[in-house]
Design a protein around this ligand. Structure first.
Ligand SMILES: [Ca+2]
Ligand SMILES: [Ca+2]
Ligand SMILES: [Ca+2]
Length: 144
């Protein structure tokens, strides 16, 4: 089974705006297609929850950092993973070293411009740079 993380997919290129993420529309579009497990052109909280459930290996309803990094390629930069995880840890509303499934709802809220509960590719293209900016801050903060 293919387990992919949205932000791992976007962390492919070195751009001007971020040292870690590509903001190229074609890369973002590809990330959207990869992350949208139902392949219906829309991303919903259910898609994100499905991804999180797969990653939550011990089934406790939280993602630990260990669980988060498990499905990632072993050569994927640890600092980027750690920064992404810290962003998600905060996103769920409580900085406690783990990410609750609440992060899926918060993420959809950030991305869903017209508040209809589904994120279409134009909304994704519009709003994901904000998320990538926040993640870049977290990753930068891990540098000495
Ligand atoms: Ca867990
Ligand atoms: Ca947390
Ligand atoms: Ca929408």
């Amino acid at each position: 089974m293919k387990i992919l993380l949205l932000f791992g997919l976007l962390a492919v290129a070195f751009g001007k705006r971020s040292s870690y993420y590509s903001y190229q529309p074609e890369d973002i579009r590809e990330g959207f297609i990869e992350a949208n497990l139902q392949q219906d052109g829309m991303l919903t909280r259910y898609d994100l929850l499905e991804i999180m459930r797969k990653i939550d290996v011990n089934g406790d309803g939280f993602l630990s950092y260990v669980e988060y990094k498990l499905p990632q390629a072993s050569n994927f930069p640890r600092r980027i993973l750690k920064g992404q995880f810290q962003y998600l840890d905060k996103l769920d509303g409580e900085i406690d070293g783990r990410t609750s499934f609440m992060a899926a709802d918060r993420m959809i809220n950030i991305l869903d411009t017209n508040r209809d509960g589904v994120v279409k590719v134009d909304e994704f293209l519009q709003n994901i740079p904000h998320v990538l900016d926040q993640m870049t801050k977290e990753i930068d903060a891990l540098a000495e």
